[in-house]
Design a protein around this ligand. Structure first.
Ligand code: NAD
Ligand code: IPM
Ligand code: MN
Length: 367
């Protein structure tokens, strides 16, 4: 049988820096665990624009559709701020999500014990935190029509449309309930049913889906209250189900519960392929971090944890995913920190590569 295939799209800014560390981790699994992947690499975002004038070429799009999983670093940067909207780096990422139909974006926020002191929140609020945000990823205001900037009288109007069909809500909800069944059996759905019709429909459909999961305790929260509750008492949550835009915002918020945005991985999953595994792209929650690009300061853990999610959700390598997560936990427990994780004066941060070295050493120790 041929090896599973992996398309790597490092992208822009710190994307290539963190992805270089993931490549070393992938090589380690090949050399030490006999877990070989057919890895190919391609361009996305500003890097693709620089090469062929588009943030994602049709060839790369076609490749992404064929592989077992895609791993993406990050896209965007100030260099591309003035480009026409359709050519912006972010359009490349959105095209991948849309055309691969990756409707369920899993964004776990876990607070590793060693980092409980480093969150901007008090230690007992975050210690032991383990929540999963399920963000609908292919619809809502990101894609709804009409959209655009139009002339209206003597001024312009910018329009985006929040639009959800019942089936779009239903499939995202099902993935949240399925996950909850394997976790603590709680789903909290967040929308703004108090002011948005799409929120009313969202709540109705989620209630309907919940009937198929009688063991799961379902609650609803307005998303603004949800944001407040996430920083007040995040451990009340197990799975949070929410739409595309609220999920984007709430997951950045959840990132700070774990100590840093540089810690948060994600899996963007679609329908099952012929091999039974979901169509999938794995991407850290963070962006291209232009403020630290090229300085060796980026934390590669979010991207490496995204690969651990690939091992779990695309390649059925649960023990190897555990091994990788445990290696990261050990490195953090040993006090190895990139700059984003430092709270104390006088502690010297390690570089991106040194963090990679430490994780590889911990992987070696796990054998
Ligand atoms: P960002 O996530 O790039 O950075 C926010 C802050 O977090 C910065 O101070 C940055 O230095 C820090 N940070 C992020 N990741 C880090 C890491 N791994 N290690 C250490 N520090 C880290 O968000 P932004 O500054 O709002 O956006 C910059 C660009 O990235 C924009 O073009 C935006 O559209 C894009 N973006 C892309 C993605 C993606 O590709 N998935 C996600 C978010 C933002
Ligand atoms: C994310 C990012 C993206 C989003 C951008 C870069 C398109 O912020 O993945 O969280 O808004 O979904
Ligand atoms: Mn975001």
């Amino acid at each position: 049988m041929s090896n599973p295939s992996l398309l790597i799209l490092p992208g822009d800014g710190i994307g290539p820096e963190v992805m270089a560390e993931v490549r070393r981790v992938i090589d380690w699994f090949g050399a030490k665990r006999g877990l070989e992947f057919d890895v190919s690499e391609d361009l996305v975002g500003g890097a693709a624009y620089d090469a062929h004038g588009k943030p994602l070429s049709d060839e790369t799009m076609a490749k992404a559709q064929e592989v077992d999983a895609v791993l993406l670093g990050a896209v965007g940067g100030p260099k591309y701020d003035d480009l026409d909207f359709s050519l912006k780096p972010e359009r490349g990422l959105l095209r991948l999500r849309k055309e691969m139909d990756l409707y369920s974006n899993l964004r776990p926020a876990q607070c590793f014990d060693a980092l409980a002191d480093f969150s901007s929140l008090k230690k007992d609020i975050v210690a032991g935190l383990d929540i999963m945000i399920v963000r609908e990823l292919t619809s809502g205001v990101y894609f709804g029509e009409p959209r655009g900037i139009f002339e209206e009288g003597n001024e312009r109007v910018g329009i985006n449309t929040q639009r959800y069909t019942e089936s779009e809500i239903e499939r995202a909800a099902r993935s949240a309930f399925e996950l909850a069944m394997r976790r603590n059996k709680k789903v909290c759905s967040m929308e703004k049913a108090n002011v948005m019709e799409s929120g009313i429909l969202w709540r109705e459909v989620v209630n309907r889906v919940a009937k198929d999961y009688p063991e799961v305790e379902l609650s609803h929260m307005y998303a603004d209250n949800g944001a407040m509750q996430l920083v007040r008492a995040p451990k009340q949550f197990d799975v949070i189900l929410t739409d595309n835009l609220f999920g984007d915002i709430l997951s950045d918020c959840a990132a700070m519960l774990t100590g840093s945005l540089g810690m948060l991985p994600s899996a963007s999953l679609g329908a099952p392929m012929a091999n039974g595994r979901p169509k999938a792209m794995y991407e850290p929650v963070h962006g291209s971090a232009p403020d630290i690009t090229g300085q060796g300061k980026a934390n590669p853990i979010a991207c490496i944890l995204s690969f651990a999610m690939a091992l779990r959700y695309s390649f059925d390598q649960l023990e190897e995913a555990d091994r990788l997560e445990a290696a990261i936990e050990k490195v953090l427990a040993d006090g190895v920190r990139t700059g984003d994780l430092l709270a104390d004066e006088g502690v010297t941060p390690v570089s991106t590569t040194e963090m990679g070295d430490a994780i590889l050493a911990a992987l070696d120790d796990s054998l």
